[in-house]
Design a protein. Structure first.
Length: 359
């Protein structure tokens, strides 16, 4: 155990992050408040913040709120300076109602969470190929939503259009409807509702086609990036670039921050939570973790239809009396274990940049 003589000179920082300013606070080794101050969100502000904290003692660690949003720049600067950074959740509503809410209070709360060990999660570094995957997926997701919206609007216009035109398209599939509407040649008389409707349908159909090309291009880019980072992941049954990309994003570029298979399962929300009492021994659904990673584990639904081993497991567990939702939760836990070992995350001897790539 570290003696008081060796810890007396250490201080712990906490930062409440915002778009234009960060509010920092410092505690000593027993939790006494040493001061708080506001700094701008700029490289010079980051340097001044660290220099100010160091003026109170040796900075042991800093708890930062929003390391994936407003605090990403500060977290990167502190990490490059050799400071141990931990990710801090925002105070819950009950605590805020009881104690009030202000930037200094939130900064001190972040520092206490870091000092006590209640906040111990290492934030993602966001400076490698996994961050590139995240950026491409953000644009792809937006394009998918916009294409769905365009499809729904186009079909709504067809329903409210002229009966003859609606009758002409009602039996066609969506791709054929898009192709047909993109080729429409309405007259310039937009005062005629039918011609105005055809003009709108052509624009929506062409927008749909452009978005489809954008999505296809993003899929090619994602496939190449995922293949570069984790080629073995794409060889798993049911795992494509979209699912693999989400899993990698949830892990981050610094995969060594996950210390065990159980930690990865908790990250994915696939570790059942004990809910036993008296003679009842059971587990309940885990609603925590990264919900994107949890959604990615639903590859089990495809495996339940097409994967021989999964189908055999489904049949066995059904005969044992388990309901389908319970079986799905078990399968998601197994898939999480499979992904963990496929990515070689259990090999601590490797460097962080090597943890996601198999030789």
């Amino acid at each position: 155990m570290t003696s008081m003589a060796t810890t007396a000179g250490f201080v712990t920082g906490g930062v409440d992050t915002h778009g234009h300013t960060h509010h920092a606070a410092v505690l000593d080794y027993i939790g006494r408040q040493l001061g708080d101050q506001e700094f701008p969100t700029s490289p010079a502000g980051y340097r001044a913040l660290l220099q100010w904290m160091s003026g109170h003692g040796v900075v042991d660690r800093v708890g930062v709120e929003g390391t994936g949003t407003y605090g990403v720049g500060l977290a990167r600067h502190l990490r490059e300076a050799g400071v141990h950074v931990v990710e801090v959740d925002r105070p819950d509503r009950r605590a805020r109602r009881a104690q009030g809410n202000s930037d200094p209070l939130d900064a001190y709360s972040a520092a206490r969470a870091a000092l006590s060990g209640r906040a111990s999660v290492v934030p993602k570094v966001r400076d490698g190929k996994v961050e590139a995957i995240r950026a491409i997926r953000v644009a792809r997701s937006s394009a998918v939503k916009a294409r769905t919206q365009a499809t729904n609007q186009l079909k709504a216009l067809i329903v409210t259009g002229s009966p003859g035109f609606r009758q002409q398209l009602r039996h066609l599939s969506t791709p054929l409807i898009i192709t047909h509407c993109a080729r429409l040649r309405p007259s310039p008389d937009l005062g005629d509702p039918e011609q105005a409707t055809k003009t709108a349908l052509r624009r929506l159909a062409r927008r749909h086609q452009q978005l489809s090309e954008e999505i296809t291009e993003a899929d090619r880019e994602l496939h190449q990036l995922v293949r570069d980072v984790a080629p073995a992941l794409l060889d798993l049954p049911g795992v494509g670039p979209e699912v693999a990309g989400q899993v990698l994003i949830s892990i981050g570029d610094n995969a060594d921050r996950l210390k065990s298979e159980a930690a990865f399962a908790h990250l994915c929300g696939a570790a059942p939570i004990p809910a036993s009492s008296g003679r009842t021994h059971r587990h309940r659904l885990n609603r925590g973790g990264d919900r994107g990673a949890n959604n990615a584990l639903y590859v089990v639904l495809g495996r339940m239809r097409h994967h021989a081993r999964t189908r055999a497991y489904l049949e066995r567990r059904t005969h044992e009396g388990l309901a389908k939702p319970e079986i799905i939760r078990c399968l998601k836990r197994y898939v999480a274990r499979e992904i963990y070992h496929t990515l070689n995350l259990a090999t601590p001897a490797k460097k962080p940049e090597q943890l996601l790539a198999r030789p």
